[in-house]
Design a protein around this ligand. Sequence first.
Ligand SMILES: Cc1cc2nc3c(=O)[nH]c(=O)nc-3n(C[C@H](O)[C@H](O)[C@H](O)COP(=O)(O)O)c2cc1C
Length: 364
Amino acid sequence: MEDTTLSTLYTQTPLGALTLQNHLVMAPMTRCRALDNIPNALMAEYYAQRGSAGLIITEGVSPSPNGLGYPRIPGLFSAAQVEGWHLITDAVHAKGAKIFAQMMHCGRIAHPLNLPAGARMIAPSAVAAAGEMYTDAEGMKPHPVPQAMSTEDIEATVGEFVQAAENAAAAGFDGVELHSANGYLLEQFIRPNTNQRTDGYGGPIENRARFVLEVAEGVIGAIGKDKVGIRLSPFGVFNDMPVYDTMAADYTYLAQKLDACGLVYIHLVDHEAMGAPAVPDDMKATFRRLFKRTLILSGGYDAARAESDLAEGKCDLIAVGRPFLANPDLVNRWKTGAAVNQPDMDTFYTPGSNGYTDYPVLNA
Ligand SMILES: Cc1cc2nc3c(=O)[nH]c(=O)nc-3n(C[C@H](O)[C@H](O)[C@H](O)COP(=O)(O)O)c2cc1C
């Protein structure tokens, strides 16, 4: 048994108007179990198994048919999807955790073979991502060139995010996280390699940030600022998003603007533990200084580092991905110093319960 007398990790803490049962957040993880893009009972079982977290952030959920870039990812734009998600929010609440839906519009990280009939692959500019992506129908395929969004497309997409946030509230979610990280649509607007627009949404950072801020303001207007967080990946390079000269200044601008919006949290990605370049400490410190509400850090945490980053005041909550994926009872294991299961990468995105709901739990 670890000495947890000085621990803050396992104590209650506020998030806006909510009280979380501890400081541990389950990080968003796409698992591709939503057949026909509709959440189901198997997913409810998976999330409920992890309901000892303080907060669960779901896998990426598309606000639009256009945003369903990967196979079998869920949406939040139809009545059947709202109904499916309600199963999940009820099951998680029964375990004491709070749950936010991660709103992920994939933008150019998509393939027509993964999109439903009538959906379009859209992005700020007609710039294809390097590399390939998986499709159920034909395996790996090169990323196609997306269509550049018209002003009408931009307005319509902001509207889809707002409607999806209202749907999230109707499905029993405690809030939503805007996925503005890891190379998806919102980040595609922020970064100059994917945003080559010459209108009010492209050029200087004041313009490249406009779409993200319009989405944030629209969603806040619909469900309230205590229910809206955002995920950002400053210095992230995933999905062909190279580092560029004014990166630090751009994200400093975003930290100030998002603070002014009054969002309940900013959640920073750091994929150094997955082999990506590290996020500089001074970038994280800049967010801590400029953003007055809750700051969530993530990436490569174990219990000891989580405890020390909280104790040093670097952040308010710690988000954990792969350890939660592989350990439904992670909170108990970390608290008692028990050994943890290792994640099986081969079943991260495969359909069915194998590698999903069958990770072993310690006897209480
Ligand atoms: C299988 C898998 C799926 C993921 N899907 C998402 C996602 O949908 N949205 C997101 O923001 N991050 C996603 N991530 C990144 C995680 O949220 C997290 O940042 C990453 O795993 C590093 O944290 P860890 O070291 O605690 O695992 C995913 C990671 C994994 C392993």
